[in-house]
Design a protein. Structure first.
Length: 118
């Protein structure tokens, strides 16, 4: 086999592999569900948020208080400090159906909410 034919076959095989990987990646990618959440006076609004099962979740959190807060959920394995009067994006992996509690770590006893995944 000549060198030019071998290179041509190798190039073709590489192109086929790249196209296959791109197709699998596009098919496996899921659109995230975006949820708006605000925090003020030691309360989340809404206190209960909903998302579909097996879909990544993006929580857009607005801290409307004059103090920083820390969004935390042990069951979702996330925590994020949000400065006063600022916004934060919290990425959550796709979850199975269930109820997932979250809270402000600085006011854990009163500032609580839940993500319900159906």
């Amino acid at each position: 086999m000549s060198l030019s034919r071998l290179l041509s076959n190798t190039t073709f095989l590489a192109a086929v592999c790249l196209a296959s990987v791109s197709a699998v990646t596009a098919a496996g990618a899921q659109s995230a569900t975006e949820i708006q959440l605000s925090y003020k006076d030691k309360k989340f609004d809404p206190a209960e948020i909903n998302a579909p099962a097996n879909t990544p979740i993006v929580i857009k959190l607005k801290n409307l208080d004059a103090k920083a807060m820390e969004f935390e959920s042990k069951t979702l394995h996330v925590e994020k400090v949000v400065a006063s009067s600022s916004d934060a994006t919290i990425n959550v992996r796709a979850q199975k159906p269930g109820r997932y509690e979250f809270f402000d770590e600085y006011n854990e006893k009163v500032a609580r909410g839940a993500l319900v995944v159906k």
